[in-house]
Design a protein around this ligand. Structure first.
Ligand SMILES: [Mn+2]
Length: 320
């Protein structure tokens, strides 16, 4: 699959690469890594995202520009690549155009159950991150020497953020070997990236964490934790939904907790963000019951009721 991806995709001249909406470090890191892999081989490449980058990832735009999708370019390019997601629906307002353009559509992604609509879909649900898969593309194509500081920092950011700073089950010796190679080739200190991504919070964000922790509840003998955040907590602290990222880690840090769910009001519905730290509860299965999905240990979904009903349904659905 990877070899076919490499040989097919580099035949094109003009490509656009999309990363998914509400981009995270892996989405942007893998997108930039792949964009530079193609650009260094002489292709014309533009990288699109329908959303703005979160503040803590903006440093990546200095490596390669991430632009608002350009309809004319999408229509004139000769191939489209999706990274870190396997359903065009996750790629924003241009999903229909992406599908209907009739252009060869490629995908590089580590989420399970990819759609079968791609010219070549490079899928590996066991990979720690899409950035790891992009590193393998450099390795497999014998172009590791193209990894400069920018590529190395982009791929490092993707692998770091998608592995909870190298602590998840998905972290293998191969991940650390790739990281060692990136550090050597990029010649940078990991602390630079960690600080940019994690140590850039503002006071209102910590106030939100305080609000959230006040809502922490545990169920099922302490194995399940919920953090149910009403819209009013965001309004009161002047925070956005993005500021909720990472808050679930506090619930997971409880010794007794195996599964944690962050629930928050948004658009008259309740967004569910589920995480497990053991294999007891497959949160992908739980999320699918609510019409969502993800991975075994990290998944998301929406609940159509109010916050209270959503908590009740979650507590009933998740059993140990
Ligand atoms: Mn990812």
């Amino acid at each position: 699959m990877i070899q076919e991806f490499i040989s097919e995709v580099r035949k094109h001249k003009q490509v656009c690469i999309f990363s998914h909406v509400r981009p995270d470090g892996d989405a942007i890191g893998s997108q930039i890594g792949l964009a530079l892999w193609l650009q260094k081989q002489g292709l014309e490449v533009r990288a699109f995202n329908d959303d703005a980058l979160p503040e803590n990832l903006k440093f990546l735009e200095e490596i390669f520009p991430i632009e608002k999708p350009d309809k004319d370019y999408i229509e004139s390019c000769d191939a489209i690549i999706l990274v870190d997601g396997n359903d065009p629906k996750r790629f924003g307002g241009y999903a229909d155009l992406i599908i209907e353009s009739g252009k060869p559509l490629y995908m590089v992604d580590h989420h399970p159950e990819p759609l079968d609509i791609y010219e070549v879909g490079f899928s590996d649900p066991t990979a720690s991150s899409t950035a790891e898969m992009v590193y393998r593309i450099y390795l497999q194509s014998a172009l590791l020497h193209y990894i400069d500081k920018g590529v190395a920092q982009a791929l490092y950011t993707g692998m770091m953020t998608d592995t909870g700073s190298f602590r998840f089950d998905s972290v293998t010796p191969q991940v650390h070997e790739a990281i060692a190679d990136l550090l050597r080739r990029g010649n940078f200190s990991p602390d630079v990236i960690h600080q940019k991504v994690y140590d850039n919070k503002e006071l209102h964000h910590l106030k939100l964490i305080s609000e959230a922790l006040a809502k922490l509840e545990v169920y099922h003998g302490g194995k399940l934790a919920t953090l149910a955040i009403p819209e009013s907590s965001l309004v009161k602290t002047g925070c956005t939904y993005d500021d909720l990222d990472g808050i679930i880690a506090f619930a997971l840090s409880l010794a007794s907790v195996e599964t944690a769910v962050l629930l928050y009001e948004r658009d008259e519905k309740v967004k569910l963000s589920l995480r497990s730290k053991t294999d007891t509860v497959d949160v992908n299965v739980v999320a699918r019951k609510f019409g969502g999905g993800g991975h075994k240990k990290a998944a998301g979904a929406w609940h159509n009721g109010n916050l209270e009903e959503a908590v009740k349904d979650i507590v009933e659905t998740i059993t140990f």
